[in-house]
Design a binder for this molecule. Structure first.
Ligand code: HEC
Length: 265
């Protein structure tokens, strides 16, 4: 913070001298005085919009922007102007600050967006963890929009199944959108899921029901029973990210199981 401030004061001081000189030289002319630009321009971001840094006070995880907060160029994030001291937990983070900085949709509207984004068997990165050792793998998941759970099958004996039996906590992400390689418009969408997973063996009657209902496997049913365990994922929180939601609506929308209406915590 201090560094940023003194840097800015330095820049401001350097700017004043030529300004005074040129004003004196042009005193006779009724010129439009060049408006002093506030802040430090550090250039374009993802969408080519230039960021202008104006240092603010240090923030903790509980300091949310007020309605009176100054406006700033689209694409800038809190940490570009504030030193932050966030604690590590799942509720207080930079993402949550962004979610809180503009309007949240209602839980029902966010859920509808998630359903629209996950219409069929969708590719996810699924992360499990055991003994401080995370493991990310790719899986195909199907959303049951009424139960609000996701189903996936996995080869019996894979490491993620062994981890899930000991620690049911998962994080999973599905994402789509612009990349340097793919080109196209600079738009992004993703779902970032936190929740728990239950491993259901093929001896459980729910296995066959899910295989039929969700078209989960690409092999015959007979082989599926021999090869797979079913994983049922129950999201507790989903961050839905979408750069196309429109002016004044936060790009991160937070959905929480069991909640209704607009939530602001
Ligand atoms: C362009 C720089 C900039 C960005 C980006 C920015 N702030 Fe600020 N913020 C400031 C400045 C400067 C102040 C001090 C008041 C003033 O001069 O406007 C401030 C004040 C605040 C305050 C105290 C006053 C108030 O409005 O509540 C909070 C809290 C705050 N910022 C949170 C945030 C959060 C959270 C984000 C990200 C979502 C953010 N700020 C993004 C520059 C910024």
């Amino acid at each position: 913070m201090r560094k940023r401030q003194s840097l800015l004061i330095g820049i401001a001081a350097a700017a004043v001298v030529p300004l005074v000189l040129s004003t004196a030289l042009q005193a006779a002319e009724p010129t439009k005085a060049p408006k002093a630009v506030e802040g430090l321009n550090v250039g374009g971001g993802e969408r080519g919009i230039e960021a202008v840094i104006i240092p603010g006070p240090p923030l903790t995880a509980n300091d949310f922007m007020s309605k009176e907060h100054r406006t700033f160029p689209k694409g800038m994030v809190c940490v570009e102007c504030h030193n932050v001291d966030y604690t590590i937990d799942t509720v207080a983070s930079a993402t949550r600050q962004i979610a809180r900085s503009s309007a949240q949709l209602s839980q029902e509207q966010i859920w509808a967006k998630i359903v629209e984004f996950l219409p069929g068997r969708e590719r996810f990165a699924l992360t499990t963890a055991l003994d401080n050792k995370p493991l990310a793998t790719t899986v195909d998941m199907v959303l049951d929009k009424d139960e609000k759970v996701l189903y996936v099958v996995s080869e019996v004996g894979t490491e993620k199944l062994l981890q899930l039996r000991k620690n049911p906590n998962i994080s999973a992400v599905h994402f789509a959108g612009w990349s340097l390689a793919a080109g196209g418009p600079a738009l992004w969408r993703s779902t970032q899921i936190n929740g728990t997973a239950e491993v259901i063996p093929s001896t459980d009657p729910r296995f066959g029901v899910a295989i039929e209902k969700y078209n989960l496997v690409r092999v015959t049913k007979e082989r599926a029973y021999r090869r797979f365990d079913l994983i049922r994922i129950q999201p507790e929180q989903i961050y839905y990210f979408d750069t196309t939601l429109g002016e004044g609506i936060a790009i991160y929308q937070r959905w929480v199981r069991g909640r209704t209406g607009v939530i602001a915590d």
